[in-house]
Design a protein around this ligand. Structure first.
Ligand SMILES: [Zn+2]
Length: 241
């Protein structure tokens, strides 16, 4: 029966298509470890970068404060010349000393910031080198992965075109039904009946149905699993032909 042959062809094409899609889904897994490593290194680098930028800001801020206070001392020193009374003079000197002391504390803070800044700068350079290295490896592998995916896509497109062509040779309703069974019965929509049983679900089929199948004039389905059944000529009968 011609329709049965077409359905068997269709099943083969759809099975191949399914296999290719499964293979395609596995491809990104090949780089999953590398991707995770890259993302981890990238996150570490970004966090170090953020810390570095903050220290840069702290440093600038502290340097500006020190500069401002120095200016204030200079201005106060210049003002000393014009002061008339001793009382005012000593008050001004005291103020200058206070400002200078505060600035000494600020300079200590700045030194602490500078030490952390240099450390962060070094760490940032290390992390950058690491992220560049892993990123390079990752991108290199991704080129392979994308090529593999593209090749699978090409195969899938070819199989899809073939499927459309083969399915076009049978009734549209039958093709739709076939596809539905294929999806629901895990990629097996048409099976031979052997020893009076369905090879899809292994349930016995009635002698009447088995007889009908042998006539090969209509499409019959298994009453249990709904797969399309066809009669397969037993080995001993076909071997002599
Ligand atoms: Zn069955």
């Amino acid at each position: 029966m011609e329709q049965i042959k077409i359905l068997i062809d269709l099943q083969e094409i759809m099975t191949r298509s399914r296999t290719v899609e499964t293979e395609k889904r596995k491809v990104p897994l090949e780089v999953a470890d590398l991707k995770a490593l890259f993302e981890e290194r990238e996150a570490r680098f970004l966090s170090a970068q953020q810390e570095f930028e903050q220290l840069k800001k702290d440093r600038r801020e502290k340097e500006r404060e020190i500069e401002e206070e120095r200016d204030r001392v200079e201005r106060a020193k210049a003002k000393l010349m014009s002061i008339k009374t001793n009382k005012e003079y000593y008050a001004m000197l005291k103020e200058i000393e206070g400002t200078k002391r505060a600035n000494t504390a600020r300079e200590d803070e700045l030194l602490a910031i500078l030490a952390r800044y240099e450390e962060a700068e070094k760490r940032l350079a290390e992390f950058k080198a690491e992220v560049d290295e892993v990123g390079g490896q990752y991108r290199e592998r991704m080129v392979d992965v994308e090529a593999k995916m593209a090749s699978f896509d090409k195969d899938i497109a070819l199989l899809t075109a073939k499927k459309t062509e083969v399915a076009g040779r049978i009734d549209a309703g039958l093709a739709r039904r076939f596809e539905m069974i294929f999806d629901r019965r895990d990629g097996v929509a048409i099976v031979p009946a052997r020893n009076q049983s369905c090879t899809g679900c292994h349930m016995n089929i009635s002698p009447q149905l088995f007889n009908l199948l042998q006539r090969e004039d209509r499409i019959h389905t298994c009453p249990n699993c709904n797969r399309i059944l066809y009669y397969e000529v037993p080995e001993e009968e076909s071997s002599g032909e």
